[in-house]
Ligand binder design. Structure first.
Ligand code: ZN
Ligand code: MN
Length: 480
């Protein structure tokens, strides 16, 4: 598919932090679990005369995010008021950060299916602010309610540079960010709950009659799914192109548009020309002193421990021989990931085998770690057939509850492949006589007949031979 234009995409991603309390007061940070307006106080409802006090843990989590992204963490940052009127924000302004955010720069790599860096997306900044409340539009026309439980919840805004060049890349970037904040433990980042939301900026460039043309930038607000990000960017870029070609109203790069994404109709609604920064009348928040994270031991960047990040983990797993698709299954499934890590801790040399069982026969998760390792061992030695055991795993798990030893269960269910060396030996002797031509061929250097000869031995052993061991014995006999 070749498009007549190229994409220029940058994302602003808002992520709610999972702190115990809100950003500037001691109200519980629990926008979902409570009665509307129960987690509120004079501070987060914006009553005059109240004093906001920043949440240390929210600042710490922001520093941790910055450290994981490789951002610069400046010595000094500050808070600013960003003014806009909306009924879910009773203060009339948001406490945000304007020119001096907590984190500056940084980047995240998107890896290809072999673990090589395919794309680096850089960040402009990550800053901390507070969330607005929510409007509830009920059935009564002309009547809405406001719930301020979410007002004042800590929110980080992660602003990328316009480094993405396709809607698909933007979706992957979102997925990667979600994985990152979950790995860091700073947010559950459930997009359906609005814990992670994206404002997607898109413009296009193309050549028209020998001239390079840049379209206006459209900011698509509050997209709530990674698919929605991909789809809305595709739709809006095409619209920008069609509008330009048709000689529509907006033809210069300077114009900025704000739009909404309608998930149901899969359409972008362009709402208004975007406000410039000075429309927000930013000014320094007079009620909160500037932030100096290096002066507070718990907030110092050196005091933050960054866990193994998704890309580091991917590279370690590639080292075990895992495939990209399987690695992604683990990274996006906390339970299976934890079990896989436990198995790796038990026996790293069996990581690949353990992963095969966890991915292809997830029912084995009902078994203790040591039993899974036993299954891996037995399968690797040819002592059990994966395909035969897989449909029986549920039963095995139930019996395992009552009985201690998995090997005896496997044997009772007739799932263990037996190997009777004497039976195999006599089968080999028969084959050496009956297949004299093939034997001579092998001894003359035509080793490809080995498979055929081993097959004959297995047939004669009637289920009492493990293929790998039978083949080994056959080679020995042939080399005599
Ligand atoms: Zn409050
Ligand atoms: Mn924001």
């Amino acid at each position: 598919m070749s498009l007549p234009f190229t994409y220029v995409i940058g994302l602003e991603v808002h992520v709610e932090l999972n702190t115990q309390t809100k950003m500037f007061c001691r109200c519980k940070n629990d926008p979902f679990g409570s009665e509307p307006n129960s987690n509120t106080c004079p501070i987060c409802t914006g009553l005059p005369g109240t004093l906001p006090v920043p949440n240390k843990e929210a600042v710490r989590k922001t520093v941790l995010v910055g450290k994981a992204l490789g951002s610069e963490i400046p010595k000094f940052s500050k808070w600013d008021r960003k003014h806009y009127f909306y009924p879910d924000s009773p203060r009339g302004y948001q406490i945000s950060q304007y020119d001096l955010p907590i984190c500056v720069g940084g980047s995240i790599d998107l890896l290809d299916s072999e673990g090589k860096v395919e794309k680096t997306v850089r960040f402009e900044r990550v800053h901390l602010e507070d969330d607005a409340g929510k409007l509830l539009h009920g059935d009564t026309p002309g009547y809405s309610q406001v719930d301020l439980n979410r007002a004042g919840v800590p929110l980080i805004e992660m602003v990328s540079k316009p480094d993405m060049s396709s809607p698909e890349e933007a979706r992957r970037f979102m997925q990667e960010l979600r994985l990152l904040v979950r790995t860091l433990g700073v947010s559950e980042a459930d997009m359906e709950k609005g814990q992670m939301r994206c404002d997607a900026n898109v413009s296009i460039k193309f050549t028209h009659e020998g001239q390079e043309v840049w379209s206006p930038i459209t900011e698509i607000k509050n997209v709530n799914s990674t698919r929605g990000v991909e789809r809305s960017l595709t739709v809006e870029a095409q619209r920008l192109y069609d509008e330009w070609i048709a000689g529509g109203p907006v033809r210069t790069r300077k114009n900025k548009l704000t739009a909404g994404w309608n998930e149901d109709t899969q359409t972008v609604n362009v709402q208004r020309a975007k406000e410039e920064a000075n429309d927000y009348r930013y000014f320094p928040e007079p009620d909160i002193p500037p932030l100096m994270v290096y002066e507070v031991p718990e907030l110092h960047p050196d005091a933050q421990t960054v866990p193994e990040l998704p890309n580091q983990r991917r590279l370690r797993y590639f080292g075990y021989g895992l495939l990209s698709a399987d690695i992604e299954v683990f990274l996006n499934d906390a339970e299976r990931l934890a079990r896989f890590e436990a198995l790796v801790a038990l026996d790293e040399s069996k990581a690949k085998g353990s992963s095969n069982w966890l991915i292809n026969a997830p029912t084995c998760l009902a078994l203790p770690d040591a039993d899974i390792i036993t299954l891996v061992d037995l399968a690797a030695n040819g002592q059990l057939a994966f395909a035969k055991v897989k449909p029986k795993l549920e039963q095995i798990a139930i019996e395992r509850e009552r009985e201690g030893d998995i090997k005896s269960i496997l044997s009772r269910l007739d799932l263990l492949q037996v190997h009777d060396a004497a039976v195999v030996q006599s089968a080999i002797e028969e084959v050496l006589v009956e297949q004299a031509t093939a034997v001579a061929q092998y001894r003359a250097g035509e080793t490809k007949v080995l498979g055929f000869l081993t097959g004959q031995v297995l047939q004669k052993s009637r289920g009492k031979a493990i293929a790998a061991l039978a083949q080994e014995a056959m080679i020995q006999a042939l080399n005599k």
